[in-house]
Structures are given as C-alpha cells and as structure tokens.
Design a protein around this ligand. Structure first.
Ligand SMILES: NC(=O)c1ccc[n+]([C@@H]2O[C@H](COP(=O)([O-])OP(=O)(O)OC[C@H]3O[C@@H](n4cnc5c(N)ncnc54)[C@H](OP(=O)(O)O)[C@@H]3O)[C@@H](O)[C@H]2O)c1
Length: 359
C-alpha cells in the first residue's frame, strides 16, 4: 500500500547512472526530489527529465564527501534519503580514493539524516559486499554450487589481501550504515540494496560514461578481440532504481538487505546481444561498430573473483526482492539492448570516452 509522503526525498549523487533513474522515477511518481551533486553542470541534464519543474526538482551542488556537512542543506526537511553516491571505478583505485570517501561519505550523509530527523533511508551497497570471495565459498562447498543469498558477505580479509579497494569500499560503507542505524535514538529505518553489475539504459543527457556501461562499450569498440570466458551477474538499472524507491513508498523492507541480480550471462551471450542490438539499431554509427563485436571465445578462463570459478554456474536467490519488493527482473537481452541504444543516443561509442576524472 502506498503511503502519503509530502516532504521531499533526497537522492545523493543524482547525476549518476543509477541515481538519475531514481530521480526520474520519483518525479514520475509525483514526489519532490532534492538531488545532490558535486558539480552543478554534471547534474543540469536532470532538469530536462519529463515532468521535472523548479518545484519538484531542486539540485544542490557542492555536496562532496570531502567537504564537511556539505549534504546538510539538501537533507534538511526531507522525509527520506536514497543514498546512491559513491566513487565507482576499478583501475587506479586506492584506499584513499575509494574506501575513505565511500565510508566517510556514508557517515556524513547518515549523520545529516540523524541531525534532520529523516525517517527512512535506502542505501546502494553492491554484490561486491556479497559474492566477491575469490571462489572460497562456492568452490569449497560440498557441491561447488553455493547459492548466494542476502545472508552472504564478501570476506574483508581476503579483499584486503587482494587489494580489492572498490569491493572493500562498498563492504565497509554497508557495515558503517548498519552500525549507525542501530545506534540509540537513530530516527530512520534502513534498507540496503545489493545490486550486481548494472546495465540497461542511461537517462537521456547523462554527461559521463559510467563504469558499468563502459563494460558494454568494450564489446562495441574492439577492446576485446576475443569474448571473455566467464559469466557476470547483471541487473537492469530500472529494476535497481525501483528497489530503492519501493521500501520508502510502500513502507516495507526495513532492516533488510536485498540481493538484486537479473541474470548471470556468459559474455558470449552478452556479445551476441550487443551485435543484435547494433544491427537492429540500424544507424550509421551502430552499423559501423558491428564488425568490432568479437565472435570467438577466449580459451583462457576469466580469473575467479565473484562466486565460483568461471567453469561453474553462479547460483543466486533473489526471491526476497521479487516477492517482498515486487521486482520483476528484466531479461539480459533487454538490459543489453537498451544499454547499447542509449549509449549511442548519448553519443558514447568508445572506451576512450571513459574518463575516471569525470565520474
Ligand atoms: N553500476 C553498477 O554496476 C553498480 C553495481 C553495484 C553497485 N553500484 C553502486 O551504485 C551507486 C551508483 O553507481 P553508478 O553506477 O550510478 O555510478 P556513477 O554514474 O559513477 O555515479 C556515482 C555518483 O556518486 C557521486 N560521487 C562519487 N564520488 C563522490 C564524492 N567523493 N563525493 C560526493 N559524491 C560522489 C557522483 O555524483 P556527482 O559527480 O554528481 O557528485 C556520481 O555521479 C554507487 O554506490 C555504486 O557503488 C553500482
């Protein structure tokens, strides 16, 4: 049952791939959004979302994890906060540029929620907090077929040993959020969402090529001469956005974490969907890229990082998200096709447009 919410809902990092969808869907559903960004020019495209007005969308700039209390103005007066902002890249990641901002940023946002008596918080965690165990769980289980659920946690000691700073940034930020939600006098209830790699369409006008969409570009621009021999768990950005909004609007899911996986395709399937999407798109730009899509699968298996070794199926159970949050996960073909079409519509055709300084 939808509850009545008259106060604004704050979305952090609203220029981002996921948070711009959250913003769009909240506006579509009639809510008022306080959107945060570090730089106004990066978020200005949100003003062009269908139905966005000066009344239902207020953009707050200067909201930066390195600037003390910089989220206060955006959060003051809000009923709920959807905390999506976090640095997301892998290459060049360190403790200082990934873990520190993710954890300190989460603490800053949640402290502002406490200060301004926010009632509900949904937080973007990641499959990085759940399945990144370098094969230690699935391969060591009796059947080699461990089924991942929201009860699983990636082991911090192994992530530290492997220097997997992005996964650690998500794991430690999620831990910080749970700790703070259990402190005495905390005014808000917390729900955590753990999505896998997110594909699907960018919102129109997104200014940067985000990390997960860049993985699809690599199958369009010749980066991969052979298809990677492995699987990757993926989920549609629209399903992930809905999962962040539903707990707030339906008042459900508090105190829980939800695994959000829409499928686990082998890259061979992904490559075939990319080729089909480019062909069906039919624009000159799309057709010129078809020849770049690799057809031969690399003999070498992808390293074991998430779940079991690449020759075994990656098993997971997302029925809580389906049954409790009502998510009907979109198909992998739908995610890949819409991702390709909207990358092209936003003018992204090559990995050379991926610039971590613009994330
Ligand atoms: N995409 C995926 O595959 C995936 C999978 C699982 C989880 N996630 C999580 O989903 C969330 C959104 O990711 P995304 O894919 O949408 O990436 P994205 O497009 O790079 O968006 C992340 C946003 O976070 C904000 N941000 C980054 N560093 C910040 C800092 N130091 N201070 C303040 N804000 C900062 C940025 O907003 P401004 O530049 O406007 O300030 C940026 O737009 C992240 O928490 C990510 O870890 C993503």
């Amino acid at each position: 049952m939808t509850i009545s919410i008259t106060q604004p809902i704050c979305v952090t990092g609203a220029s981002g791939f996921l948070a711009s969808w959250v913003t769009k869907m909240l506006i579509d559903q009639g809510y008022t959004v306080h959107a945060t960004t570090r730089k106004m020019e990066k978020a200005l495209f949100l003003k062009n979302l269908d139905g966005a007005t000066d009344d239902n969308l207020k953009i707050f700039d200067g909201c930066d994890f390195s600037v003390e209390n910089s989220f206060d103005k955006a959060i003051e007066g809000c009923y709920a906060v959807i905390h999506c902002a976090s640095p997301f890249f892998n290459a060049g990641g360190t403790r200082e540029n990934l873990i520190d901002p993710a954890v300190e940023g989460t603490e800053m946002v949640l402290n502002a929620c406490k200060k301004y008596n926010v009632q509900r918080v949904t937080l973007t965690a990641s499959s990085a907090c759940v399945i990144v165990d370098y094969g230690t769980k699935a391969d060591a289980s009796a059947t080699g077929n461990h089924v991942y659920t929201d009860a699983d946690f990636s082991p911090a000691d192994i992530l530290e040993e492997k220097k997997n700073y992005y996964s650690l940034s998500k794991l430690y930020a999620e831990q910080k959020a749970w700790e703070m939600s259990k402190e005495e006098g905390c005014p808000y209830k917390l729900c955590v969402l753990n999505p896998s790699l997110i594909w699907g369409p960018m919102t129109k006008g997104q200014t940067h090529l985000n990390t997960s969409s860049a993985a699809i570009i690599q199958y369009m621009d010749g980066t991969h001469s052979k298809i990677q021999n492995g699987v990757r768990c993926v989920v549609d950005v629209r399903d992930v956005a809905e999962a962040h909004i539903t707990p707030i609007t339906q008042d459900i899911g508090w105190g829980k974490r939800y695994l959000l996986f829409g499928g686990a395709p082998h890259f061979q399937e992904t490559a075939s969907f990319v080729k089909k999407a480019l062909t069906q798109n039919g624009s000159d730009a799309a057709l010129s890229l078809v020849k770049n899509v690799p057809t031969e699968v690399d003999e070498k298996l992808q390293p074991t990082v998430m779940g079991p070794s690449a020759d075994k199926p990656l098993l997971f159970d997302c029925t809580p998200a389906e049954k409790e949050l009502g998510i009907k996960f979109k198909s992998v073909e739908e995610m890949v096709t819409t991702c390709v079409n909207e990358l092209l519509a936003n003018g992204f055709t090559g990995s050379n447009q991926y610039d971590t300084t613009k994330l």
